[in-house]
Design a protein around this ligand. Sequence first.
Ligand code: HAM
Length: 413
Amino acid sequence: MKIQTPKGTKDIYGPEALAWQKLEADIRDICRTFGFGELRTPIFEYTELFVRNVGETTDVVQKEMYTFNDKSERSLTLRPELTAGFARAVVEHSLYSASLPLKLYYIGPCFRYERPQAGRMRQFHQFNLEVYGASGPEADGEILAVGYTVLKKLKLKNIELHINSLGGPACRKKYNEVLKAFIGENIDKLCPTCMERHKTNPLRVLDCKEEKCRAVLAEAPSSIDALDKECREHFEALQKILKAYGIPFVIDPKLVRGLDYYTRTVFEFISGDIGAQGTVCGGGRYDNMLEECGGPSTPAVGFAMGMERLLMAQGLEEFRPSCGLYLGHIGEAAGEFARKTVFELRQQGLAAEGDLMSRSVKAQMKYANKIGAKYALIIGDDELGSGRANIKNMETGEQENVELDKLAEFLLR
Ligand code: HAM
């Protein structure tokens, strides 16, 4: 029996692999221009890191983590997200003592035991970005500017940025009380999970996807009404910064995000083109995590983009294989020459291909077309003798006669 990929995972190949390479290269380039360095963290961490930081009553911790004991009976978890591991690494290596703000990013796989559907995988990839040490709205604006730039580079349309503020600990406490009271008044209309969460973590009730709960929660009080003066000013200043950057947004007072660590700003970029799992990017400010990880009090703000969702929204049309030159041959002597020439062109950084399967001229030209060769050339004894050959532009069909020892110059002109 054939063994297949585990549920919720996938192999990436063909045009899709090209799209991944392009997306990763674009992201790295944008991070370079915005001054972000790379931090690579392990795929598994001690389970406690996520339980403490993501929040014991979140879906991620309660239902979705891949947790296992290793051979020494330590509890480990495949990372469900990257923010907690980043905070651990920043504290472990005292990265906060370098000049601030500290700006870090990473692209890597994450794991959540969720019900797979379009845009929801059990192994998925995040582009994660964090700024540490800056408490003002300028840092929130900076990371939103990176997110906006990535989405613009991908030419994604039909994207909406939703922003909200949950306030600092005092505002959150106040909001929790108001929300708890509202939920209490409507408890009979809610699902059993919401009833439970009413007691443990009322904010999580706002995440519920059940239709009957959503109808009730549409009337729930807004977190913005519970903001104190400072938090309100932070939120207003962020809006001003976004307007100055020309980044459109909507205020979404019901946006609370599914993780427990956020303070003040939360946001999501949502695509209207990829179905129910439309959130291509989510993030916000979390000013307490570093201290909770044993470091000094260090404000932080960041986001993660779902790479699979970005690629779904973008589509794969423009991704075809490409190659500068297909240099085919007929006969043994021409084969020797062609192989050497292809090797030399590659040493100069030019993408060139030759025949490895002793195919006919017709089959070689067909192959040249398949691999997206820009030019094709077949050498036989005549061409070898004269040192010249006709090179075909595969897009226009035009032919030109070229010197065989000047192929690199021809391709680079
Ligand atoms: P999150 O909202 O849990 O936030 O995930 C961020 C993004 O990862 C989502 O918006 C989505 O695009 C993608 N994603 C999440 N789960 C899946 C899945 N099962 N399949 C495919 N894509 C998925 C975080 O993870 C936070 N750590 C973000 C953050 C960084 N906040 C501050 N800094």
